[in-house]
Design a protein around this ligand. Structure first.
Ligand code: NZQ
Ligand code: ZN
Length: 386
């Protein structure tokens, strides 16, 4: 096992009817900017619950943060934060609203030329404006981590940022919010969380027995609850397990002491930036090709995953490892998620070259757990995913 340090300061408030507990978490003298997305919270009752809980605090609202939070839109919110002397941010939404709020938390205290530098120059945020979240969509884990991904439509870019100052102070997770989530977003959430675990597991064995079993248990639980959540999003037992899996998949715990990959995400983000494909779907497009291309270096963990998660006992290590890739792809299909780029766009020619060129320009010369995934290799993987 590798050496590691672990800190996660986010307070989680989990369970039925917990949104009202907001009242106890935000300082009474705070001036709050309440941030939300396209308006789903006004239809499903979450907005009303939040407003009731905030009735004793001064609140200004900013709605309309789109999926794949857009830089230009966030600059409007940043303007309000400065004009109105906001002191506390509250994100009510899924990964996009939370990530947008993290960007604002960083940008509010940033005194460089333009906040876009935070993304292009990998500026880590040591201290951001304090914020909390009310999670409405389990998927990204953003509610309990310090990362964020911001999109800029103007330049078709989607870039990541983060730093120890960007953990939410608290996150409220009421699984009842799942009942209003459309099937497409439920499938996305299951796929995103599943792939988060794979990115931190599908590398090479390092004798981290507990981390492996943490990861496998999240995968098994997601497989178990997926059909139940899709069939009946009001099934609280399934919903609560789904929600906690998504948080645990990317709150830092399972990646401690083990090698991580994250190349599927790096390539996937480009597909969202270029074609607007939902984040989770880009992962389902790239992952099978990534595992096939890197088969030799990943086959031990692939075979372990085959045995422990999918119960595959037949054949040699290669047979099991291949079967595991097929099982993974079939799982995505069962969720209603297509796994080829050509399923999403007819305009895919040249995509692999474009992504490889971008990685070259950013000098991303070695992705993956061995830092050996050069842009020319990325090009091959993306082509395999056409
Ligand atoms: O905008 P509204 O109207 O709220 O509707 C949203 C949106 O259309 C809707 N929705 C959310 N909760 C709902 C609901 N509809 C009905 N009932 C509810 N309770 O769902 C749609 C998608 O929301 P979004 O926040 O975009 O989805 P998700 O949580 O999947 O977030 C995706 C974003 O997170 C980033 C992705 O790149 C993408 O930009 N990621 C962030 C990560 C992180 N910070 O750690 C890691 C991930 O790998 C990922 O990259
Ligand atoms: Zn993801």
């Amino acid at each position: 096992m590798n050496n590691f340090e672990f800190i996660n300061p986010t307070k989680i408030i989990f369970g039925k009817d917990t949104i009202g507990k907001l009242e106890n978490e935000i300082p009474k003298d705070a001036k709050v900017l309440l941030l939300y997305g396209g308006g789903s919270i006004k239809k499903n009752g979450i907005y009303d619950q939040v407003k009731t809980a905030l009735s004793n605090v001064e609140v200004i609202e900013f709605g309309g943060i789109p999926a794949n939070p857009e830089y230009a839109k966030l600059l409007e919110a940043l303007h309000i934060i400065k004009e109105e002397n906001i002191t506390y941010l509250l994100a009510v939404g899924g990964g996009s609203v939370i990530d947008g709020t993290k960007f604002l938390s960083a940008a509010a205290y940033y005194d460089g030329d333009t906040p876009w530098d935070i993304l292009t120059q990998n500026i880590r945020t040591e201290k951001g404006m304090p914020f909390g979240t009310v999670l409405t969509l389990p998927a990204t884990g953003s509610e309990m981590n310090s990362g964020s991904v911001i999109t800029r439509v103007e330049t078709k870019e989607k870039l990541a940022m983060g730093g120890p100052g960007l953990f939410p102070q608290f996150s409220i997770l009421d699984p009842q919010v799942i009942s209003s989530i459309p099937q497409r977003q439920l499938a996305n959430g299951l796929t995103d969380a599943f792939t988060h675990v794979l990115e931190q597991y599908m590398t090479y064995p390092i004798g981290a027995l507990l981390q492996d079993r943490f990861a496998e248990s999240i995968l098994q639980t997601l497989i178990e609850v997926a059909p139940k959540v899709l069939k009946d999003p009001t099934d609280y037992k399934a919903a609560s397990n789904f929600m906690w899996c998504c948080t645990m998949a990317l709150n830092g715990l399972i990646q401690k002491g083990v090698p991580t990959d994250w190349a599927v995400h790096a390539m996937g983000h480009e597909l969202t930036a270029l074609f607007g494909i939902d984040h989770a779907r880009t992962l389902a497009i790239i992952a099978p090709s990534h595992y096939k291309y890197n088969f030799e270096t990943k086959k031990e963990k692939l075979a372990q995953y085959a045995e422990r998660v999918w119960g595959i006992t037949e054949g040699n290590i290669n047979d099991k490892a291949y079967a595991a890739i097929d099982k993974t792809e079939a799982f995505f299909h069962d969720l209603g998620i297509d796994t080829k780029l050509s399923d999403y766009t007819k305009d895919y020619e040249g995509t692999a070259e474009e992504i490889s060129k971008r990685f070259n320009e950013r000098q991303w010369m070695g992705l993956g757990e061995h830092q050996t995934l050069t842009p020319d290799r990325v090009e091959k993987i993306v082509k395999m995913a056409y």
